[in-house]
Design a protein around this ligand. Structure first.
Ligand SMILES: [Cu+2]
Length: 202
């Protein structure tokens, strides 16, 4: 229903507040989700930090609705993604909050997709980002080490957290975290695309 970029949540160019950067770097050590929630000020929509061997990005904002014609507990929910890279590996922490009561107890499949997060257009997100595909493997290997899987189970207060650590660093582009109707199965399938968070870095 709303514009994907209305709050600037896609931009990686905003200078981050100190707490945001520390929260992002802390993800390498898997700091608690509570610390992540507390550390990043609301006005720091997105941010990036990098040094010679490490970089961190924070993306947050309202979820973009991929199915505006139908209601879902994810309507009106928010998400924050911390993406921290260290040498050749990456750690992702996804926090989803503000999920409606109907979503409590649900597990929503969530993945890093190759393409952009466009309201009302789930197909625009394209396929999962798959490192073996990036490497030119003809029949790509699909698992939680070649792709970024961040299934989130919603707790009683309408929020949930997922962590993924993978042995690669996705190449920069205008990408998205897509939330699906069902949990992710062994084939990487998770049902309909409900909502997304734009994640774009360079
Ligand atoms: Cu997906």
């Amino acid at each position: 229903m709303s514009s994907t970029h209305a709050d600037g949540s896609h931009s990686g160019s905003v200078r981050p507040a100190r707490g945001t950067v520390f929260a992002a770097l802390g993800a390498i050590g898997l700091v608690s989700a509570a610390a992540l929630l507390a550390a990043a000020p609301a006005e720091a929509r997105t941010g990036s930090h990098r040094s010679q061997h490490a970089a961190a990005h924070v993306f947050q904002g309202p979820l973009t609705d991929l199915q505006p014609a139908s209601r879902s507990p994810l309507d009106g929910a928010r998400a924050r993604l911390v993406f921290a890279q260290h040498h050749a590996s990456s750690t992702f922490v996804l926090v989803v909050s503000g999920v409606g009561a109907g979503g409590v107890g649900n597990t929503y499949g969530a993945h890093l997709h190759q393409g952009a997060c466009v309201a009302g257009n789930g197909a625009a997100a394209g396929a999962h980002y798959n490192q073996s595909n990036e490497n030119g493997v003809v029949s790509p290997i699909v698992n939680d080490q070649t792709e970024v899987w961040l299934d989130v189970t919603v707790g009683p207060h309408g929020s949930g957290v997922a962590v993924a650590k993978v042995p690669f660093v996705p190449t920069p582009a205008n990408r998205s975290i897509v939330l699906h109707e069902q949990h992710t199965d062994d084939h990487g399938t998770a049902g309909a695309r409900l909502a997304c968070l734009p994640v774009s870095w360079s």
